[in-house]
Design a protein around this ligand. Sequence first.
Ligand SMILES: [Zn+2]
Length: 419
Amino acid sequence: MTPLVYVFEEQVRDLLSQAGDVRLLDGVAYGFDDWTVFHAYTEKPSFTPSGHICPCVAMRSDATGFVDEEKLMLQVRSRVDPDGGPIVVLLVGTGVADSPSCRALVLTEKGVAGADTRFVPRRSELFSRNTGLLETSALAEKKVVIVGLGSGGSPIALELARAGIGHFTLIDFDRLELGNISRHVCGVNDLGRYKTLAVRDQLLQKNPFAEVSTMEVNINQALSQVEDAVAASDLLIVASDNDQSRFNLNQMSLNNNKVALYGRAITRAAGGDVLRVRPWKGPCYNCIFSSGLIDGREEEMSQKRQALAILPAYVEEDKINTMIQVGLSSDIAPIANMMTKMALVELSRGIETGMSTVDEDLASDFYVWANRREEAYANWPRMGFKWTHPSILRWYGARVDRDPNCLVCGGHLEEEPAT
Ligand SMILES: [Zn+2]
């Protein structure tokens, strides 16, 4: 079959805009499926691509598009030594109406083969399917801070990238463990990596135009660094498992008047809850905590670090692993999905789109979801056909008032403080 080569339109435009003569430029390509498909880059991509790496050489072709293939092959071969593997050659030029054009050749030991070329288009075309539902150009300007890139935070990050959110700060200091894989957006390829960096790479696969910064820090030990990121953001998403960090983030959200979403799964992902804090307009995290709604439930233990913190040092590896709770990815998905929806509603505020129609429906600040008949949900009535009693597998919103005696936000009931 004719090889297929994907090229980033943006990179080709950059190459064409560079002044100077026709020249060879070293790029990099990644080959798949017995060298039948290639992804070619004129510059090193910002994420870690997959595929088998092979050399790529780009050059500007002259106006007529004529290329002496034999001469070019000699030139290229003298430049790179692919060790028997293929070399991808890109010939870029300007086509009709100043649009960039690109031809690709694949050089192997057998000779030169012409390849079919496809452009990975610019941002506007990448998100054309979202048009009307989301205002992609406005969302591209939005900045989101996500704390916790585990089984809850990682799918939220990915969904927001799919929606076209343009700026992310990812905060987590855990690394991807084998036990995380079945519930995480990243796979075995990313074992041992910081979750922040592995998720960043996934995220750039969905939106190559996103700007992603990462912080591999413990929130509670890097308060001012994290608060700077929160202050510069439009929305704070908290999917971390640690109570102390949640209280610290609550304080930052109030200090900087930033809406925050808190989500979590409880024991073995039997269910979960989502809290939205609109600073000074509704209850804060502490108001909800002291109301008892999220008090006294055991949070998920998904990381070895958490088990080690409460077990004596002599405990064997097997015991540690059994401490780490399992929960199905499909049980975490509803919670991540709800948080994504609420995030998009917040970020679309003030913009007339399909998403803003949900705003009035999501009027509660606190939502509960039950996956299974366990724990607090054990005796809830059957789902059946009634809608008058709470059943599992649907969302319940609770109206919670601000606590006038809240130790965190109680002092400012009359008006929000200047920030
Ligand atoms: Zn409060």
